[in-house]
Design a protein around this ligand. Sequence first.
Ligand SMILES: Cc1cc2nc3c(=O)[nH]c(=O)nc-3n(C[C@H](O)[C@H](O)[C@H](O)COP(=O)(O)OP(=O)(O)OC[C@H]3O[C@@H](n4cnc5c(N)ncnc54)[C@H](O)[C@@H]3O)c2cc1C
Length: 600
Amino acid sequence: MDGNSDELANLGGVWLIEPLYRQSIFTPEQFTEEQLAFAQTAADFATGKVLPRVAEIEGKKPGVLKELLSAAGELGLLMLDVPEAYGGLGTDKTTSMLVTEQMVCVPSWAVTMGAHVGIGSLPIVFFGNEEQKKKYLPKLATGELLAAYALTEAGSGSDALAAKTTAVEDGDHYVLNGVKQWITNAGFADVFTVFAKVGGEKFTGFIVEKSDQGVSIGPEEHKMGIRGSSTCELILDNVRIPKDRLLGRVGKGHKIAFGILNIGRLKLGVGSVGGSKHALKLAVDYAKERKQFNKPICEFGLIRHKLGRICCGIYATESMGYRATGMIDAFVAAGGRATAVGQDHESRVQQALEEYAIECAILKVFGTEQLDFTIDEALQIFGGYGYTEHFPIERLARDARINRIFEGTNEVNRLLIPATLLKRAVMGRLKLLDFVSQVKEELRNPDLIPLHVDGSTVGRERRAAELAKRITCYVADIAIQKHMAELEERQDILGALSDMLIDVYLMDSVVARTAQNVPSFGRDKTELQREMCTLLVADAYDRVVQGARRLAASITEEDELQVIFANIERLNVVRPVNQFRALERIAVAVLEAGGYPVLG
Ligand SMILES: Cc1cc2nc3c(=O)[nH]c(=O)nc-3n(C[C@H](O)[C@H](O)[C@H](O)COP(=O)(O)OP(=O)(O)OC[C@H]3O[C@@H](n4cnc5c(N)ncnc54)[C@H](O)[C@@H]3O)c2cc1C
């Protein structure tokens, strides 16, 4: 292991092969008072200052976003990720995610602020040199300067390294030429992280200022959603910038571009929790109010099931998301990798984000798809009214759609999840092959399969999670054996594995959180969490088994398939649960609470 503390046994991806409970996980129940105080400040700001101005924001009234950014800066909400040495607060990632979560009631605003504090400012936080940090960070931390991140071009979206923007050395300067597309905050940003190729091939990061000669901004895009946010082209026409604006090293721009995307992905995933909670609250209020057939519609079973399922989705995303932020914070606090000893805090954060790149990608995919599910079901609860502009759910449905597209599309992130895991297995960083050998031994000797249900509150769910790990790794190994050489090109296989891996992380996180909470808070207070855990694990387990069968049937011949199916069946001892009763109980809790009923 390349860590220097016990904490680091909890490395990225190990949940796939380690038994549950080997490590405790961070959960929302462990938020500190300080973290909750930040969240409250952010929530008050979002509901008190941003929400009342939603019409102005969506109508693109000039100056409103800048005004709100400035007000957020005064409250210290823009300085969380900036180190103290440069005028920031340098808080942990859990705090910064909690603040992000509160902002999503107005997604145009959340994207604006997120782009400034995240992809806009973080390249300088992580990769800037001392002079650059001193020059820009104190002003970015207060909102005096506003930031944007310019990677995408017309011909290079997902394939970002195919960018055509050039940087040519000219004495003490670089001269940049090119057009960056769909740049969030471009309409008013002062500072841009721009990626360009030096000598036509060395992909490199630069800091460009709006005031640099040759910089111009295209007109605002007309978008489906997040209409209030600014999205424009950044046009670079013979822009001469001094060489001290080089960010990082020549040819190392990919490290900046992809390193920053990890945190963007995590933020989108955790931010989805806030969006889902907001939509659930709107749906509950409406369902209580709206009467059909002489009853409030919240009394209808199918509506109650929707509320129950939305609530479960939030519990899952929250458990997966804050587990990830907790791992990142623990990794940083423990000093990062052994090779990082003596390195500064930002280098350790950067390493942590790389270490948990798999979890960041999982959060991006699961969180954003969960948000779409939530909002679609919430809109359905509003019926025809939900389809009109008179109710905010219409706007939220348009706004949510972008989340599956930016910060790496969900397809690209789906591919990253198994690809990164397999790479780590090949490098020996993740003992996947040892675990596969163990599973094969268990299949040869079924007495070894962990079928025993322990006496703990979520013993059955724990068993399901352990078996799901085995099923996933068993079919992953078959795929590797058969298609190793071309696996990178077999998106069908990678996609199927990815969905199974997401479900394993879900099960592991939800069971671990619930199991940890029961002894701390007592059975009564955790009844709801146990219901959700049961339901979520039952669904995820079914998906894993079905996914394994489908994958096996797609990559093996008929004669082998019988053996594989028999082996999957040996590991498939989990029986369906009473979902109707669980959903009803969860719906009751949601209706009583007027929204998401679990307190962090
Ligand atoms: C509102 C908005 C704001 C944005 N803000 C910013 C910003 O601030 N800064 C910035 O740099 N960019 C920004 N972007 C750009 C955004 O990151 C890109 O749109 C995104 O990366 C996808 O690129 P693309 O649109 O060119 O789609 P493409 O890459 O052309 O993808 C089209 C489809 O093909 C799929 N696809 C592509 N490659 C693969 C593959 N290898 N395997 C399987 N499927 C694949 C995609 O998943 C997608 O479904 C923004 C975009 C929008 C719409």
